[in-house]
Write a new protein. Structure first.
Length: 256
C-alpha cells in the first residue's frame, strides 16, 4: 500500500509513519507534506501512485479542505485532527474515517481494518465514505488523562488536570507546574503527554512546552511572525509558539 501523509507537525507525521510500519511493514509512505500548496502540487503529479491519504485538517497555510477545491482527489482519505468540528466537512469528501488526535495505534488499526473491509465488500473502484454517526460517536467516547500522581518527599499526591498550568521539558526531565507555581518531575515525555492530554485544554506550543488554555495570561506577536505566550504564573523561561504552529495555535486559542 502506498500512502501520502499530509501533516504539518513533524513529530505527529513521524509517529504516524511508525504506526503504519508496525501495522504492516509493507506499507510505503511516498511523501510527507505540510502545506496546502505542496499537497496540491504533489497530488496533481502523483495521485495515481497512491492507495490512501492521511490528512490533518489544519496545515501551515490553511485547512486541508482547500486542497479539494484545486484537485479532484479520487483516493480514500483518513482525516486526523485535534478538533471534532470538521466531521461534517470530512463527510463531503472521500473519507473513510475521522480520527481525533492524539491517535493511538489501536485507532489507526481500526481505520485500516475498515479500509480493508470496504475494499473487500465494494471493490477497489469504490469511493468509500465515512460513517458520520459512527465517527461522531467515537469522538465523543475519546477519554483523556484527568489527574497525575506526583511525589512530594516521601509522600505522593494526585493533581487534577485543571490545576496544571503547564508542562515543560528540560534536558531529560519533564516538569509539571501547577497553578500555585509548584513544580514536580513526572515520568512522562512530552510526546507521551500529547497522547493523553485533552487537546481542548492543552496545546503543545513547541518542542519544550505544553500549556493549559486557562493558564495563558497574554499572547503577543514575537519576532519572525511567531507568538510569545505569557502564563499566569511567574516563569523564568520564554514560551514561543513555533512558526509552523502559529495558525493551528490561533485556531485552538479561538476555541475551534
Amino acid at each position: 500500500m502506498n500512502v501520502l501523509i499530509v501533516e504539518d507537525e513533524v513529530p505527529a507525521a513521524e509517529k504516524l509513519e511508525r504506526y503504519l510500519s508496525k501495522y504492516d511493514a509493507s506499507i510505503k509512505v511516498l511523501e510527507k507534506l505540510t502545506s496546502v500548496a505542496d499537497s496540491v502540487r504533489w497530488l496533481k503529479e502523483h495521485q495515481d501512485e497512491l492507495d490512501l491519504i492521511f490528512m490533518d485538517i489544519q496545515l501551515i497555510d490553511g485547512k486541508s479542505f482547500e486542497i479539494f477545491e484545486q484537485v479532484n482527489i479520487q483516493k480514500p482519505i483518513i482525516f486526523i485532527t485535534a478538533f471534532d468540528e470538521y466531521a461534517i466537512d470530512a463527510f463531503k469528501v472521500n473519507s473513510i474515517d475521522y480520527l481525533l488526535k492524539p491517535i493511538t495505534f489501536d485507532d489507526l488499526s481500526q481505520a485500516l481494518n475498515k479500509l480493508e473491509g470496504l475494499k473487500k465488500n465494494f471493490g477497489s473502484g469504490a469511493k468509500p465514505t465515512i460513517d458520520l454517526s459512527h465517527a461522531l460517536a467515537q469522538l465523543q467516547q475519546k477519554t483523556y488523562k484527568t489527574r497525575f500522581m506526583v511525589k512530594l518527599g516521601e509522600h505522593i499526591r494526585s493533581i487534577v488536570a485543571d490545576d496544571i498550568a503547564l508542562f515543560y521539558a528540560e534536558g531529560r526531565d519533564v516538569y509539571l507546574v501547577t497553578n500555585e507555581k509548584r513544580k514536580f518531575i513526572i515520568d512522562y515525555k512530552l510526546e507521551e503527554l500529547d497522547e493523553i492530554l485533552d487537546p481542548a485544554l492543552f496545546y503543545r506550543a513547541n518542542r519544550s512546552f505544553i500549556t493549559n488554555i486557562n493558564a495563558i495570561k497574554d499572547v503577543v506577536v514575537y519576532s519572525n511572525s511567531r507568538l510569545k505566550i505569557s502564563p499566569v504564573i511567574d516563569l523564568d523561561k520564554e514560551i514561543i509558539v513555533a512558526r509552523e504552529k502559529v495558525n493551528a495555535f490561533k485556531e485552538w486559542f479561538n476555541g475551534l
